[in-house]
Design a binder for this molecule. Structure first.
Ligand code: SF4
Ligand code: SF4
Length: 241
């Protein structure tokens, strides 16, 4: 049975998929210009990916993919750091410009090889108009706000654990006891280096939602917070009750 955090994460993924099914996106299988190395995530999302890799005995393949990560600048603020800074200042804080637009190594012949466990950043990336390399996705503002709010909840779920670029977090997680097989598959210091490149997930400081968006986003947040996982609601678990 997956641990509680992974269980909650799967529920959040499912609820977001149901909510976003109401949009008309141009996204199709094999359309993957958005699949770059500019993806961030939490450790709990990474543990779900590692679990699938172990279950399928694909550690050697995976170790090769991790080593494809680039050397671009890393984020210095998490989504909740950014939200906290905006809420503290009462105004927008300039967002960080970082990222690596090289293709994601998990993309093979136009398909994601870890699709069923892809992180939330990949799940919420979509466009109402087909986009190509270098062009922006077209999305309603409230969809972006809702995606950011869900990202914040997932970060809260993983607070105190690794947060950062997907490939860095996955690499840093190779030092978990259950991932010891990577010790012989990755160069010495690779995991240690990756641990330096990630930062820690923070608790939710509040959402950055506009009043006029709330009517459309509240059903999504309510569905997440009231979802029962075991005996408790997600809200009570996230509040430590
Ligand atoms: S976000 Fe853009 S590139 Fe990605 S699948 Fe959708 S249409 Fe294709
Ligand atoms: S993990 Fe999968 S969905 Fe996400 S960027 Fe990589 S190939 Fe695309």
């Amino acid at each position: 049975m997956p641990p509680l955090k992974e269980d909650i994460l799967q529920n959040i993924y499912e609820i977001f998929a149901e909510w976003s099914a109401g949009f008309s996106f141009a996204c199709t299988k094999n359309c993957a210009a958005c699949c770059t190395q500019n993806v961030t995530m939490t450790a709990v999302e990474g543990e779900l990916i590692h679990r699938l890799i172990r279950e399928n005995g694909r550690e050697e393949w995976f170790a090769g993919k991790l080593q494809a990560k680039g050397e671009s600048e890393r984020p210095r603020m998490t989504t909740n750091d950014f939200a906290g800074a905006c809420l503290g200042k009462g105004e927008d804080v300039e967002s960080e410009q970082y990222g690596n637009m090289s293709p994601c190594p998990f993309l093979e012949t136009g398909c994601c090889q870890i699709y069923e466990v892809r992180p939330f950043s990949c799940r919420c990336f979509a466009s109402e108009q087909r986009c190509f390399s270098g062009t922006s996705a077209l999305l309603p503002e409230y969809y972006l706000s809702a995606s950011t709010a869900v990202m914040q909840i997932i970060e809260h779920l993983g607070q105190g654990e690794y947060w950062g670029n997907m490939l860095d977090v996955l690499s840093a997680l190779c030092d978990l006891p259950e991932n010891r097989s990577y010790a012989t598959l990755l160069p010495a210091s690779f995991v240690e280096q990756s641990r330096i490149q990630v930062i820690k997930a923070k608790p939710l400081p509040g959402f950055l939602l506009l009043d006029e968006e709330m009517e459309k986003i509240a059903p999504l947040l309510d569905a997440i917070f009231t979802r029962k996982v075991g005996e408790k609601t997600v809200e009570s678990i996230l509040n430590g009750r």
